[in-house]
Design a protein around this ligand. Sequence first.
Ligand code: B1M
Length: 214
Amino acid sequence: MSEYSEIFDEISELLQKGKAKDIVGSVQKALDAGAQPADILQDALMSGMNIVGGKFKRNEVFVPEVLIAARAMNKATEALKPHLAKAGVQPVGKAIICTVKGDLHDIGKNLVKMMIEGKGIEVEDLGVDCDTQAVVDKVKETDAKVLCLSALLTTTMTVQKDVIDALKDSGVRDKIKVMVGGAPVTQGFADEIGADAYTQDAASAADVCRAFFD
Ligand code: B1M
């Protein structure tokens, strides 16, 4: 058992109850006590969100409860952001990130963005439910080297393929590396749709993204 398990449990409970204001104070309390930001993220926030996800699946909680938990998660990760990112790093280049069309989940995307920024890469965030043509247009008009596509639903992961196909049709596929991720996405799926990389979590997404700039 970790020496921080009590405060981590407190954070997890606050997340599950969607207490956005209180959670920021508890995250700060954990940091002040010496807990590592990555452990707060993994063992308090993500584990709390997984409990919410399980209850959602079993119909024990519904969309409004999940939404307020998600809001608390976003507040807490914002508070953690300066501690996760390396300070004072000059940007080595630019990446684009979005959640694909039809998909409103943004917590994982925001984490991936935060971790990539922590590697000194400027990230342009196109948001959620992102129109496929708008992504292609953005690739055309910027000098971004990497495009990160997040999808959380089995019904929207296929939109990652639509984006890759649209990049090919527009003649800009070779201009950019495409990374895909999100809970239902696998390495096999990424290979099948012709993505350049797949990673399971935000930390490894940042490592792989950084390697594209070497
Ligand atoms: Co949604 N939802 N949801 N939901 N939701 C899931 C995904 C689901 C698994 C829940 C369940 O049934 N257990 C299920 C999907 C089933 C499926 O398709 N197989 C589901 C469903 C069904 C739905 C709706 C259809 C429900 C409904 O309306 N009936 C609906 C769809 C809306 C839409 O998008 N069109 C819906 C809505 C919502 C809310 C709006 C209420 C809310 C989202 C709020 C928000 O994001 N602002 C929500 C939430 C919060 C969830 C759960 C509970 C949590 C997702 C999350 O944020 N996890 C989720 C269940 C679960 O995952 N346990 C669920 C924490 C986050 C840190 O993890 O996003 O996986 P994740 O990101 C990880 C990795 O995947 C990876 O790194 C991250 C961190 O390491 N990663 C990448 C993500 N993107 C990456 C990109 C990369 C690399 C790695 O490279 C580019």
